[in-house]
Design a protein around this ligand. Sequence first.
Ligand code: ADP
Ligand code: TRP
Length: 332
Amino acid sequence: MSKEVVLSGIRPTGFLHLGNYFGAMRNYVRMQNDYECYFFVADWHSLTTHPDTKTLQQSVLRVVAENIACGLDPEKAAFYVQSSVPEISELYLYLNMLAYKGELEKTTTFKDKVRLQPENVNAGLLTYPVLQAADILIHRAVKVPVGKDQEQHLEMARNFAERFNYRYGNVFPSPQAFNYGSELVKVMSLDGNGKMSKSENQMATLYLADTDEDIRKKIMKAKTDSGPTEPNSIKPDYIQNLFTLMGLVSNADTVAHFEQQFNQCTVRYGDMKKQLAEDMVQFIAPIREKAAALQNDTKQLKAIIEHGAAKARVSAQQTLQLVRDAVGVNYL
Ligand code: ADP
Ligand code: TRP
């Protein structure tokens, strides 16, 4: 039986952080053994918000190096850059005819971007979810490992796929957001305001490139309060987030110890943060060091993405042939 197809992408818009790791990359590394995997760097998507391309090439190579440092194996998964697979742009064109202005304008990420960059509300920004759907559907992927922030984009991809199938015939399966465990992950920012992200509030985001000192400083500054006053209280978001982070990088006994202290109102957040900072350093340092070493080897990084693009284009061309036949733009 052929393996299910998996696809996911990350924009090269800055340093990768813990949200990227736990929402996306951790799943890539686990999935590459069991599925036919396609992972890519979404450089076209980054143009919707980052029109200046002076540092693009460097950012793309850093994202590649950081993914490999996290365990992505380019022999197991096809790992490529979006713009090296031009078939995606043709599929994007067909899907654009099936996407309506009203629904695109209602997309949460579009509304956020309009607020953030009112001087550059370009059509690429509006059709961002269509390009994302093309990324996924070009390999007829069914599982898409992403964080919770991508749920709406996945729902839109399913809608475009269904509309295509209904109008032209059955070509696409229905892609679903995926995480091991039942829920999609959202890593909050350390100040308790929104999610960790590449470009916003850098002191509240833990990057995979942070030094040990950065990590300790950021965690010690994370928002807390004077502690619970009643046993077994519900945790405020920002406290829950510290426990979540601890659950991700510390061992189970450590988490259980602080959970118990919280429930008995004896928790000292200073001690908890010290422990979390040390466990986080243990977790991030090896990734940072491996990525730094790889980043200097531009030749190897370029060989990796060339190899990945060749694999991805085989699959993309097969899908595009089916698409052209279905749409009826095949005149040979
Ligand atoms: P960013 O939002 O930091 O710019 P991307 O948009 O390139 O990062 O996202 C790449 C992947 O990382 C996506 O699968 C996204 O869902 C995931 N991701 C980003 N931020 C978080 C977060 N704070 N928590 C969980 N997953 C996240
Ligand atoms: N929009 C995604 C993000 O911001 C990045 C992305 C582009 C993506 N194309 C994709 C994710 C296809 C999954 C599948 O995180």
